[in-house]
Design a protein around this ligand. Structure first.
Ligand code: ADP
Length: 160
């Protein structure tokens, strides 16, 4: 059984994340979407909320959602994960992701970092862009799953 981890902040999950998660679920037997719960980092949604939003949108039955506050490789070791799956957008992602992949490989050689290329329409999509556009009143419906659109709009307006 091949296990992959898709790590990230997912604050909130976007159609770009979801595309990577579902494609990973087609390749691996089990995919764990791992929400980073870093207490010192200010997020729009709490860890539990981010996990719930992801669960509401994911269609594949072999995807689980979990959270972790420590080193990714420690979690990967614990789960005996085979791969860490990351989405690659523009070249700007590359330096950082390459560095992370090398560090993770040296800390835990059993897991391979696998990069999936972002879909063309998601190349410039990020959670921070969604939050900025939404808080300024822009239409984010083509960037986020419809199941969670209203939750994001309400939170950006400060209504919940
Ligand atoms: P963000 O950069 O939007 O804050 P995260 O830190 O939650 O995202 O990223 C988690 C993973 O999802 C990373 O591997 C990142 O490259 C990938 N990812 C983020 N946005 C997209 C996108 N639009 N298309 C493909 N992959 C993406």
């Amino acid at each position: 059984m091949k296990i992959a981890i898709c790590p990230g902040s997912f604050d909130p999950v976007t159609l770009g994340h979801l595309d990577i998660i579902e494609r990973a679920a087609d390749i691996f037997d089990e995919v764990i979407v791992l929400v980073a719960s870093n207490k010192s980092k200010k997020t729009l949604f709490s860890t539990e909320e981010r996990m719930e939003l992801i669960k509401r949108c994911v269609k594949s039955s072999n995807v689980k959602v979990d959270c972790h506050s420590g080193l990714l490789v420690d979690y990967a070791k614990d789960k005996k994960a085979d791969a860490i799956v990351k989405g690659l957008r523009a070249v700007s992602d590359f330096d950082y992701e390459f560095q992370q992949a090398l560090i993770n490989k040296s800390l835990y050689p059993e897991a391979e970092t696998v990069f999936l290329t972002a879909k063309g329409e998601n190349m410039f999509l990020s959670s921070s862009m969604v939050k900025e556009v939404c808080s300024l009143g822009g239409d984010i419906s083509s960037f986020v799953p419809k199941e969670i659109l209203n939750d994001i709009i309400k939170r950006c307006k400060g209504e919940n």
